[in-house]
Write a protein that binds this ligand. Structure first.
Ligand SMILES: Nc1ncnc2c1ncn2[C@@H]1O[C@H](COP(=O)(O)OP(=O)(O)OP(=O)(O)O)[C@@H](O)[C@H]1O
Ligand SMILES: [Mg+2]
Length: 477
């Protein structure tokens, strides 16, 4: 397994693998050392028995070699090899049925060839199996007594123990893996709750408007590590919430200020317009430049009034006010708007493509009318005479799709990214000459959004093409 693959393991998996791995290492160490210790103890005892047997073989045998095989104490499996003056006088082995059998010449040769010191050693005697053999040398003569005992019993005992250890370890590992998984799962459950809270917060619309950030992690006990994570996360959420509230408050203040200022400006503007109009109509003979100045005052105050009205509308839309909720059939609304546009600019070629069926949306008829009027005004004001403007209205699923397309000069590339922002306008002479403010499309976007719709520019080189989508009113059940 690569390091990268292990790096992507979940915490849960790592903990379980860690626990099981540790347990496996500990079990193996305990098991191996126990088996080794047991084997050493058994071997030491066997060695003692071997040496005892060798002593017996060396001792009383000298007088009556014939009777030695019957000597008590030579248990089953014992082998004895006795030489006197370099001659083998006894070489036998006690079989399982307790009968002495002679050792073969090869076995005798093998035993005699051994370099047996003070310590017994292990030798493999072919078909007789493995033996632990030891020797007693009688000093002064070439007289040796060798005795041996099979190691099979020791081997069987130790391998049995090893097998039991292996099986128990295996079972313990399986149990540890299962129980560990469960324990870790329970222990980490609070982390899942932190994740779930974070996920819910991530889905909240925090970018704008009044934000209620009520989500909190339930596990915030500072005595546990996971609780500390939860507590820190909750503190962060509180901080975010208060920051958002501060942001919202200051936004609201600005909005309120704009709304108040616009509102307050309406009255003096109406006065300016009224007085200049009054003066113009007074019938007095005025010098030409005064007449011109009065006309400018009047027209600018009209322009400023509409600007102030638009700002007020935007401020109110931002605050979520100002929308009436009625049912509006878009088909006649568009027909009226196009006919108004035609009256305002007969030099343009106005075309309308709508079906017969009503397309009803829920919303504010005046504001929706303003959306269409603004788009048509743009198509009228920002394109030369003779431009074909096509307004179409179709149904697409649950939406009504209104398209205003013209084959005029199109939107300059530099303007496109900010087109729907406030006071964004082209610097063409037409735009400036007509006293445009750059609020028209901002109002379109704000009204459409307030109706839970969307507006987009799908412009190509051939002109401008605005597409407005509005959700259709649900038919009464
Ligand atoms: N159909 C169009 N063809 C070419 N340019 C357009 C078209 N519609 C909009 N524009 C460009 O987009 C700019 C922004 O339009 P918007 O309606 O927001 O403001 P405006 O028309 O300049 O001012 P206002 O509508 O407030 O009087 C315009 O100034 C113009 O340059
Ligand atoms: Mg406009």
């Amino acid at each position: 397994m690569t390091v990268a693959a292990r790096g992507s393991w979940s915490l849960r998996r790592r903990l379980v693998v860690g626990i099981v791995g540790l347990l496996a290492v500990v079990s193996v160490v305990v098991g191996v050392s126990s088996v080794v210790a047991l084997r050493q103890t058994l071997m030491a005892r066997l060695d003692e028995q071997v040496m005892d047997a060798a002593s017996r073989a060396a001792g009383p045998l000298q007088g009556a070699p014939q009777a030695e095989g019957d000597q008590p104490g030579n248990r089953i499996g014992t082998l004895v090899l006795r030489t006197r003056d370099g001659v083998v006088v006894r070489a036998e082995y006690v079989t399982e049925s307790g009968v002495d059998v002679e050792l073969t010449d090869a076995q005798i040769a093998q035993l005699r060839a051994l370099d047996l010191g003070q310590q017994p050693m292990t030798v493999d005697l072919g078909e007789l199996g493995e033996f632990r053999v030891g020797a007693r040398e009688l000093p002064g003569r070439d007289d040796v007594a060798i005795a041996g005992l099979p190691t099979a019993e020791v081997t069987a005992t130790t391998s049995n123990l090893a097998l039991i250890f292996a099986l128990v370890t295996l079972a313990a590992l399986v149990v540890a893996a299962l129980a560990g998984t469960q324990v870790v799962r329970v222990a980490l459950r609070p982390l899942d709750r932190v994740t779930a809270t974070a996920r819910r917060v991530a889905e909240l619309p925090l970018a704008r408007g009044q934000v209620a950030l009520a989500e909190r992690v339930p596990d915030s006990d500072p005595r546990t590590e996971v609780g500390q994570v939860g507590a820190a996360f909750n503190r962060m959420l509180e901080h975010v919430e208060s920051s958002l509230r501060a942001r919202q408050d200051s936004e609201e203040k600005v909005r309120q200020f704009v709304a108040d200022a616009s509102h307050e400006l309406r009255t003096p503007l109406a006065s300016i317009r009224g007085y200049s109009e009054l003066t113009r109509r007074s019938g007095l003979e005025l010098p030409d430049d005064i007449v011109y100045a009065l006309a400018r005052i009047e027209s600018e105050s009209v322009r400023m009034t509409s600007l102030v009205e638009e700002l007020l509308l935007l401020a109110r839309l931002d605050a979520g006010q100002e929308l009436a909720h009625g049912t509006v059939d878009l088909v006649p609304l568009i027909a009226d708007a196009v006919s108004d546009a035609h009256a305002a600019s007969p030099e343009h070629d106005w075309r309308i493509e709508t079906g017969e069926d009503p397309l009803v949306v829920t919303g504010d008829a005046n504001r929706l009318h303003q959306v269409v009027a603004n788009l048509l005004a743009n198509a009228r004001v920002h394109t030369p005479a003779g431009t074909v403007v096509t307004v179409s209205l179709v149904r697409a699923g649950d939406d009504a799709v209104l398209t205003v397309a013209d084959d005029g000069p199109g939107i300059p590339a530099a303007l496109r990214p900010v087109l729907f922002e406030r006071f964004a306008r082209g610097d063409g002479s037409r735009s400036r000459g007509t006293g445009s403010t750059g609020l028209g499309l901002a109002i379109v976007a704000a009204v459409v959004e307030a109706h839970r719709g969307s507006v987009a520019l799908e412009s190509d080189s051939a002109g401008a093409r605005f597409v407005v989508r509005l959700p259709l009113a649900r038919p009464e059940q």
